[in-house]
Design a protein around this ligand. Structure first.
Ligand code: AMP
Ligand code: GLY
Length: 441
């Protein structure tokens, strides 16, 4: 009956909370949240509201409830060094220390590590601290992607053809980034299909969970601005329709090599989730980025499928014994769709962009699972903020059924909301398969 501290307040953490509470170990869940997530609060024996940089408050809450360990959901508290503070207080955590979270928080750390240790899947890249050398490097590449070196909430990456259109603009963007960040990364632009491989790591052993495809664009058919993710799907065969069997194995192997490299480089074992954002290109797998946590929405795809006790997994991560724990998942398909306020992700001058704090009503969502994100439960009902509000997840024998289940749930949620009806549909998936076929020709 361990007491467990969960840090985070999104739909990802709601899914984590559910996995914890489902445990046969009958754990007591204690949630430290920036804002009150009614779904997490419902599953918890105690909650505390506070900021993710308030280490004293987090430690006080953990100690008061004698929590055996902590699970850190989002990247912000990792970047604040919450795991370091917890470890100093004798509380182990599922989540890397601040230094090891550089896997996510510093794109230069990750690219340089891959280069130093000869890990496959890296792209042509260079890190710049000033403008010097950038024009020469850009000229040598076909098309480029420009990234600030730091946490940007998934919205800082600038892609040629999407955000800018020629090398002069690329250089100007580099200049702008260098005004706000110490370093800018310039890399070759790749073409292909992306997938998320969320791996569990105890420092020495790495286990993959089923691959998931997220949908970053705000509108149907991958149009519109990038968002935190509008929804995602996974398949009953634990692959994706556009992947070859060796692709998932290659992503896992890259992640294994990263875990080993991190230990050799820092002398510290990485404990937590290594979420690889990979792209399958015509010439094989490439690494776009790592996240040091589960994905949001991708956690909602894989945690409901987990057959292994999640608390056992957490303890194996902490104890370095993941090799001794069989980690298995239901052979089911999942489709997650995010319900967002109409104005979510839109530029400020868009007519729909103004919606704030609108109320929503949740009717009968059927068999779908429902994970709250940025919603506020008040006496007179449920209110949205400006962020993603609720994730609904269909889990079924195949994608078609899972997609219908998710759509039925969406239809039961009323208010000034939007979602992407195309996620998980045969039409969109066929398009991705054809895209890969064309590239591989
Ligand atoms: P990241 O935060 O590095 O994953 O980048 C965010 C998004 O930018 C990715 O999901 C891709 O869609 C895109 N992206 C990043 N790096 C590249 C690249 N080298 N080539 C093409 N697209 C990229
Ligand atoms: N789904 C993208 C992320 O969690 O960063």
């Amino acid at each position: 009956m361990p007491n467990i501290l969960l840090i985070g307040n999104g739909a990802r953490e709601h899914a984590i909370a559910e996995a914890v509470v489902r445990s046969a170990r009958n754990p007591g869940l204690f949630a430290y949240m920036k804002a009150n997530n009614p779904g997490i609060a419902n599953l918890s024996r105690g909650i505390r509201l506070g900021g993710y940089s308030d280490m004293a408050a987090i430690l006080d809450f953990a100690r008061a409830n004698e929590t055996a360990f902590a699970i850190v959901g989002p990247e912000d508290p990792l970047n604040e060094g919450v795991v370091d503070s917890l470890l100093t207080a004798g509380i182990p955590a599922v989540g890397p220390t601040k230094s090891l979270a550089r896997l996510e928080t510093s794109k230069s750390f990750t690219r340089n590590l891959a280069e130093k240790y000869g890990i496959p899947g890296n792209v042509r890249f260079r890190v710049f601290t000033s403008e010097a050398g950038i024009p020469e490097f850009i000229v040598a590449l076909d098309e480029v992607v420009v990234k600030p070196d730091g946490l940007t909430g998934g919205k800082g990456v600038m892609v040629q053809g999407d955000h800018f259109f020629n090398k002069e603009e690329a250089l100007e963007i580099c200049r702008q980034i260098l005004r706000e960040h110490d370093q800018v990364i310039v890399e070759e632009k790749l073409a292909g299909e992306e997938f998320s491989l969320q791996c569990l790591c105890d420092g020495k052993h790495v286990i993959a969970t089923p691959p998931v495809q997220d949908h970053k664009r705000r509108f149907v058919d991958d149009k519109g601005p990038n968002t935190g993710g509008m929804g995602s799907y996974s398949c009953e065969d634990h692959s994706l329709p556009f992947l070859k069997t060796e692709d998932v194995a290659a992503g896992l192997e890259i992640t294994r090599q990263f875990a080993a490299a991190i230990y050799r480089e820092t002398g510290t074992y990485y404990k937590g989730v290594m979420y690889g954002g990979f792209m399958i290109t015509r010439s094989g797998i490439r690494l776009l980025e790592y996240n040091a946590r589960f994905g949001d929405p991708e956690a909602m795809n894989i945690l409901p499928l987990l057959q292994t006790d999640f608390v056992d997994i957490c303890e194996a991560i902490i104890n370095g014994t993941l090799d001794r724990l069989p980690v298995t998942f239901d052979k089911k398909a999942t489709v997650c769709k995010y319900i967002v306020p109409k104005g979510y992700g839109l530029p400020k001058d868009h007519p729909d962009a103004q919606s704030t704090a609108a109320g929503i009503e949740v009717g009968d969502t059927g068999q779908a699972r429902l994970y709250y994100s940025s919603v506020d439960k008040r006496n007179d009902g449920l209110y949205m903020t400006t962020s993603r509000a609720i994730g609904v997840v269909g889990v079924a024998d195949n994608l078609h059924e899972a997609e219908i289940m998710a759509e039925n749930a969406v239809a039961a949620i009323r208010g000034p909301v939007a979602h992407r009806p195309d996620i998980g549909t045969a039409a969109l998936i066929d398009k991705r398969v054809r895209h890969m076929e064309t590239l591989r020709k």
